[in-house]
Design a binder for this molecule. Structure first.
Ligand code: ZN
Length: 270
């Protein structure tokens, strides 16, 4: 599932591919449920003829301001991806939606499981629930993390997945941040020591920054094809694999239903 680094990779890819500039034609929407607001007809009419003026990211959402002060908001869901191709090239399988550009190319929304989302709104906040701090922005400080975790007794793993606490983390990078900081996924979020909270803050930033950098390097290496689904984390994710820090055996437990890989030696439960 695309998390912050994957969505940021998509944003950088679309910017470099020149999404900002050309005029959009009427999009072809083949799975109506992807469009949440307004109606599909209004969505198509509202996009046609507009220019994208920028491309922003908030958590796992991509936000494209248009030149009429509306916002095209896109969420990749579980398996979605976006590509810009010239119209001649064979379309990849599972293209659900196509946004023609007036330079002869088109942006394709590929979405095998059809869990992606689209909106056209006067305010992008209307597409998302309350969003927490952006973990790669300067506002994400140790005190900000302390404040976000205060009073939260739930397992830290579950809290890290709440987009209203920290925007953009998903299962993989939450596991990685906890592994890097040596914190067991079932520890109570409000039970971390000051040192542990500092370590967790550093682990979140390191996990995401490493991945963003890995995607950037791969984008350069394989341009114009964007990298997909890199595995730039250090937490082993198969049973019996040795922990890269202590050579112990990593384990998987379910925390609120989500698989959580960890090393019981490096991430003690208490
Ligand atoms: Zn270990």
């Amino acid at each position: 599932m695309p998390e912050l680094p994957e969505v940021e990779n998509t944003r950088q890819y679309l910017l470099r591919s020149g999404l900002v500039g050309p005029r959009l034609g009427a999009p072809e929407i083949t799975w109506a449920k992807t469009v949440h607001e307004p109606s599909v007809g209004e969505f198509i009419e509202g996009i046609a003829g507009r220019h994208v003026t920028d491309l922003l990211r908030r958590g796992k959402y991509l936000i494209a301001p248009l030149d009429d002060e509306q916002f095209l908001v896109m969420h990749l869901g579980m398996t979605g991806s976006l590509r810009i191709h010239d119209g001649q090239r064979d379309p990849p399988a599972m293209v659900r939606h196509t946004f023609p550009l007036d330079d002869g190319r088109e942006m394709r929304f590929i979405d095998p499981r059809k869990f992606g989302h689209l909106w056209l709104l006067p305010d992008p906040a209307g597409a998302m629930r309350k969003m927490g701090v952006e973990p790669l922005e300067p506002a994400f400080t140790v005190p900000a993390l302390v404040e976000a975790l205060a009073g939260r007794k739930a397992p830290i793993k579950a809290i890290l997945l709440e987009q209203s606490v920290i925007a953009g983390l998903g299962n993989l990078y939450a596991d990685e941040a906890l592994f890097l900081s040596g914190i067991h996924p079932e520890r109570a979020a409000n039970g971390l020591s000051d040192d542990e909270t500092r370590a967790l803050h550093a682990g979140i930033v390191e996990a995401l920054s490493n991945s963003v950098a890995a995607y950037a390097a791969e984008r350069d290496a394989q341009w114009p094809d964007p990298p997909v689904a890199l595995s730039p984390w250090s937490t082993p994710r198969s049973v019996g694999e040795p922990c890269p820090k202590c050579q112990g055996s990593v384990q998987m437990i379910r925390v609120r239903g989500r698989s959580s890989w960890h090393c019981p030696s490096c991430q003690p439960a208490s």
